[in-house]
Structures are given as C-alpha cells and as structure tokens.
Design a protein around this ligand. Structure first.
Ligand code: BDP
Length: 720
C-alpha cells in the first residue's frame, strides 16, 4: 500500500513537471495566465510587478487588484505589494488623471480628452528617479481595460521595456447578442444551454457570471443583450426585471451594461392594450411607463434591441407604419434615460416578390435621416444571412445620415456549428476592410461602422454570441477565438485578424514557437476552407432545411421559397448561380457605381462572389482556364484537403498542448474532415445531375449515391 502510494506520488510529480498532463478544460479561456517560462523578459516582468500603486477605491479598482493578484501570482509566482499613493517602492502605477494630478500634468489636455471614458495609455515614466510603468485613463473602467492589455503583453511574452501605448475604442457600443430564451434554450446555440439561470436569479449569482464579465472586459466588450431577438414579452415584466437587475449589478463594475430585446407587440401581450400601433398615444404612454419602470430596477439600463417585421415577428408594418416610426417610439421613451435602440435591418418577407437580398435596402434606404439620435440601425454583415462568405450588405454606405451598427454572428449557424474549426476573425476582417466607395475610394465598411465616414458619435458592433453552459463556454475550444476576435475588432476594426489569431493562440495555448506558428496557420486557413467545402465561388444558403446543418442543395418546395436552396443556387441544365446583375434581380444597383461596374463585369468580378451575382453555364471558362464545373469541384476538394492539413498541423503539436484540449480539438477536426467530404460529395452529386459532366482529376468518386445523401436527415440538431 505504502509503495503504491509513493509510486503515485512520483507519477504525480512527473506529470506536474510536464505541464501537458495537467487537465485543462478550457474554462479559463484566453486568461490562462500560464507561468512565464523560457522568456528573456521574466526578470523584467518580476521587477515591474513588485509594488503596484492603485489609488482607486471603487468596485472596479478592486477587480483590477484581484485580477493582478491572480494573474501575476500564476504567471510570475509573485505576490505584488499594493499601495494607495505613489511611493519610492512603486514599480507600476495604475491611476486616473484625477487620482494622480501631478503625474497627469505630464500628459497634454488633448490626449486626455481623446481618451474619453474608456481609452487608456500605458507608458514609461520617470517617477522618484525610477523608471516606472503607468497605466492611465480618465476612469477606473479605462484602467481595467489597460490592466488587461498589460497582462496580455506579459502573457504573450512581449518586451515591456519601452512601452508607449495609446488605445481608444473606435466604436462606442460593443455588445454581445445572446439569442437566449427564458426557458434556457439558445436559438442557434451549440454550446449547451443558456448561461442565464433565470429560475435561480436574482438570488443565486453563478460564479460563471463573474468570469463572463471578466472575459468580456478583457476584450473591451461593454454591453450584453441578454435575450433572443425572437423576443418574449415576459422579460419586460417585474418578475424578470428583478432578475435582469441582479445581472446588471454583477456586470456593472466590469463596465458592462445590460440590454433587452423588446417585443413590438408587448403592449398587447403584457400591457392589456388592443394595439401596438406606434402612433397610438396609449401605446406610446405604455412604452414610456415601461421604460421608466425598467430604469427603476436598472438605473443604467442600456436600451432595446428589436427584430421587427421579420420571420413572423410583429412590427410597425402591421399598422402600416415605417421602421423609423417603430424605432422612434421606443427611442423617445428611452431618451430621458440616455438609453438607445438597436433596430435591426433584417427585415424581409416571402410575400415580397423581390430578391431577398434587396429587401432590407429597399425598406431602410428611404428612411435615412428619419431616425431619432439614439437609434442605431443594426445591419448584418451581408444581405442574406451570415453565410460562410457574403459580399458586404449594400446598406453600408447607403445611409450616411443614420448610424449603422455591424451585426456579426459569432455562433456558427451556417459554418459547421459546434464542431467545425473556423476562425471568424478572417471573415470579420474581410467585411470590415471592403471598400463601399460610398464617398469615393477608401470608404471602407469599417469607416461606416466606426462613424468616421459620416461623423457619427453613436457607433457600435454586435456579435451574436456563441456562449453556453459547456465547460469551455463555446463548445469548440476554437470557438473562444471567435468571441475574442469579435471583441478586439469591435474595439478596433482596423486590427489584423492574423495578429488577433496569434495573440489569442499564445494566451490560450502558450508561447512555444512551433505551437504558435501551427495554430496560427490552422486558424488563418480555416475560413477559406469552410467556404471551399460548403459554398465556393459565391454559392450560398444550400444547407440543411431549418437546422442549417450539413449540405442540402436539394431543399426545395417548402412553405417559403426564400428559405430553400434552389432559390439561391438556381442550378439547372443551363448553369448555376443567382443573376443579380441588370439582367436579373439587379441587386447590384444597390451598391456604389464602382462596385456595380466591377461586380457586373465578368472579367473584374472577384471569383469569390461569382455565383452570388451571376448565373453562368457549366462550361464557362474561369481565370484558371478550368471550366466552371471543374472549378467548383476542385474548390470542394480543396476544402477537404485543407481540413486534412489542419488535422496534420494539429497532430504535429500534440506535445505542446494539454491532453484534454488536444483530444477534443483532434476529435472535432476529424469530424470536420469527414463532414467536409460529406459536403463535397453531396453537393457535387446533386449539381452533377445538371452539369452532366465527370468529376475532374483529383476529385474522388463519392462514396454513396445522391439518394443516400438526400435521405440522410439529421434529427434533434441543437439550436433550432
Ligand atoms: C437567422 C436564424 C434565425 C434568426 C434570424 C435572425 O436562422 O434563427 O432568428 O437569423 O437573425 O440566421 O433574426
């Protein structure tokens, strides 16, 4: 007995020495704070961390102190001393302009003003004759952001000997949109149930709420819409508002405001009125009173997110009113409290005979300038619906008098859901960097969104959350990277996806060079891979009916056309693709002339958008010299090959990743690889019925017949 115990002890020691044995379920996200080893900077980090002056006395300052204690203890094995005022021992100062008047005089007024309430500075100063580091800002909130940024530098083993960082968020409202229902199901959620344990709120505050707030604050997210856009009016009743208030109280010191979705018909459903007409005085009064009531519970309530007149949701159209009339009614009720309305532009109907891609523009463009000042129109990145790749939404650049907020989907509804590794930083970057030409060259989507193009002060970015009760938060370890990338790009839409991937990987898995290189490579090719094996060359919306999981190019004859695949790919004996040029739906006319010209001309249309805008014969010659048919097939194959490369890269770094996370990612990559083949074979067999052409060399014969794929119906797919 004694011998076996000592054997166990030796084994445990060996295991601890080799960190990869330690269990790591991913709960700590990118805030792993791994011990700094093999870094030439270790001693300089330790020196810097010896004595921290933190004059603030707020709940936020306490959070800063706790985070530093936790992080520096884990990374440097040190316990820093803290003081309220700078003294000769101070090595790091974390204080605001007001808290440190003498030091603050060394920074000019303009810089202080530019920092606003959230921007921060990290710089070296001479203090008491000593080279000291100062994290500065106008508020404790800014200091919290600065502290996380400082900790990121240590986590990624950066040289901190001559820092001079100024970081100011480019958008004001940086929010997650949780599509979470009161019964804890999550629409399009693939990571378990909703993290909001409504039933136990307000009395039980789960530790996960605190870690949620920490994680968000660490990447600059300052708001959360707690409830689904397909809204339930019950969340506006006192029963729920008490629970919402408890969450708001928990998140407040982290700089995170709460928002709710407002169901347009709430005055009828919970107010006892017989109409929700936005020009009806009783309806207006009901909303005024409801808003006042909400602010009694939550004094800093952020405001409402609204999905109206879309996919069965009620809205102003029910009363022949415009989207602006609907939004403004709510906006006016919120104005006295500095609340905002995020009014979604995702308005379309199968009753409207026009191309779905055109409908939001048709509805909203004429309303430019008609919204109240506290309304943001929230526009999805593309005109259809979060496809693996879409051209930017034509509304970006088309409504100069209205602030437009970006809506990205972090949860991977159309991108492999809970098991495919797809780094969405690349997708977000591609959209943000695209030129709308709205006001001449250089009018990028990013500039529309950050307000710089048309001088808007109210700006924002929303990300549909991928968070659930799964221990690692996002189901797939790499789903965490998409949450991370969203926060970073909302703060600074100009940041590079490659840099974001790199820093996330180092913080999450460690700084080994081979590991960092391989993980980055996996991440940066993953978006192109999924486009290739799902919807290459501009194909879109050809996934399984309703759950959107797996291939379904055959989906047709459903109760609405605009939810079928055949509506979008238009494949037939004559070719494939949706003609959105002047000879077709002319959706292209909604873009600036430069884009119209470039995309309508086959010789200049980027091939990645080819079948989005053009219907072309199967033997159309591509730039490569291949026929369109062969090119489609080769893209599907390429996607499959890329998933194999990702798998190989991951296997090659097994020694550098802890077993638990390694094994899960490996299993998921294997699923992804198999499903990439499923997509390739199902889509090619289906399209082959029309092309009547053989598969090109390098593309293997599918394993099964088309019937097999068509009859395979996944059931109980999560997230519906
Ligand atoms: C689609 C989803 C649906 C959402 C809708 C929306 O399939 O579940 O409710 O978008 O954004 O992508 O409102």
């Amino acid at each position: 007995m004694k011998r076996s115990l000592s054997l166990l002890f030796v084994l445990a020691l060996l295991c601890i020495a080799h960190h990869t044995c330690l269990a790591n379920d991913g709960y700590n996200l990118w805030l792993q704070y791994r011990p700094v080893q093999n870094s030439p900077y270790l001693s300089s980090y330790r020196e810097q961390a010896q004595h921290i002056t933190l004059p603030g006395r707020s709940a936020t300052s306490n959070i800063i102190q706790e985070e530093l204690q936790r992080a520096l203890g884990k990374m440097l094995d040190t316990t820093p001393e803290f003081s309220n005022a700078p003294n000769p021992a101070t090595t790091l100062i974390i204080g605001t302009r007001k808290q440190l008047p003498e030091l603050s005089a060394t920074v000019d007024d303009e810089t202080w003003n530019n920092l606003g309430t959230e921007g921060f500075i990290i710089r070296r100063i001479q203090h008491n004759g000593k080279n000291t580091l100062w994290i500065a800002g106008n508020t404790d909130q800014a200091l919290l952001y600065g502290t996380f940024d400082f900790l990121k530098l240590l986590q990624t083993h950066q040289d901190i000997s001559s820092l001079d960082i100024t970081s100011i968020p480019k958008t004001k409202i940086r929010v997650l949109n949780h599509w979470d229902n009161p019964d804890r199901t999550v629409e399009r959620g693939y990571a378990g149930s909703s993290i909001w344990d409504w039933h136990r709120l307000p009395d039980y505050i789960k530790p996960q709420y605190i870690d949620y707030a920490r994680a968000n604050a660490s990447i600059g997210i300052n708001g959360t819409v707690l409830t689904n856009v397909n809204a339930n009016a019950q969340v506006l009743t006192p029963y729920f508002l008490k629970k919402v208030a408890a969450l708001a109280d928990t998140f407040r010191p982290y700089g995170i405001k709460v928002y709710l979705t407002a169901r347009f018909s709430a005055p009828i459903e919970i107010g006892g009125l017989d109409t929700a007409d936005p020009v009806n005085p009783d309806v207006q009064q009901w909303w005024d009173e409801k808003v006042n009531e909400i602010y009694q519970y939550i004094p800093d309530f952020g405001g409402f997110l609204v999905k109206a007149d879309s996919e069965g949701q009620p809205g102003p159209q029910n009363y022949n009113r415009t989207q602006a009339e609907g939004a403004n009614m709510l906006a006016k009720a919120l104005q006295a409290h500095q609340g905002i309305v995020m009014w979604r532009a995702f308005v379309y109907s199968n009753e409207t005979p026009d191309d779905r891609a055109k409908q939001a523009y048709n509805e909203f463009k004429p309303l430019d300038g008609k919204f109240e000042d506290n309304v943001l129109v929230q526009v999805k990145n593309g005109a259809i619906d979060f496809q693996p790749r879409e051209p930017f939404h034509p509304l970006f650049g088309a409504m100069p008098k209205t602030p437009l907020m970006m809506e990205f989907q972090i949860t991977q509804e159309y991108l492999g859901q809970g098991t495919h590794l797809v780094f969405l930083g690349s997708l977000f970057e591609e959209v943000l960097d695209t030129d709308t030409y709205a006001e001449g060259p250089g009018s990028t989507v990013a500039k529309v969104v950050d307000g710089s193009l048309d001088d808007h002060a109210l700006t924002g970015m929303a990300g549909v959350s991928n968070i659930g009760t799964d221990r690692n938060w996002t189901g797939h370890q790499f789903g965490q990277a998409n949450w991370y990338a969203f926060g970073k790009l909302a703060w600074n839409p100009a940041e590079s996806a490659a840099d974001i991937a790199q820093e996330w990987s180092r913080m999450t898995f460690g700084n080994d060079e081979e590991l960092a290189t391989k993980v980055k490579r996996i991440m940066l090719q993953s978006h192109e891979a999924v486009v290739n094996y799902m919807t290459p060359l501009g194909l879109h919306h050809i996934m399984g009916w309703s759950h959107h999981y797996g291939p379904g190019p055959w989906v047709t004859d459903k109760h609405r056309d605009d939810w079928t695949s055949t509506y979008y790919h238009q494949a037939g004996p004559d070719g494939i693709g949706f003609d959105r040029t002047a000879s077709g739906s002319n959706a292209l006319s909604q873009y600036a002339p430069e884009i119209q010209q470039q995309y309508s001309d086959l010789s200049t249309c980027p091939e990645k958008y080819l079948l989005w805008f053009h219907h072309l014969p199967w033997d159309y010659t591509m730039k490569s010299g291949n026929t369109l048919w062969n090119e489609i097939a080769l893209h599907y194959q390429k996607g499959v090959d890329q998933t194999q490369d990702m798998l190989d890269d991951w296997k090659s770094i097994q020694n550098h990743v802890d077993d638990q996370r390694y094994d899960q990612v490996l299993a998921f990559l294997q699923i992804q690889h198999n499903e990439a083949k499923w997509w390739r074979d199902a889509c090619l067999l289906y399209f082959q019925q029309f092309s009547k052409k053989d598969l090109p060399e390098g593309v293997p014969q599918p394993e099964y017949s088309l019937d097999h794929y068509q009859n395979y119906t996944p059931v109980f797919v999560p997230g519906i």
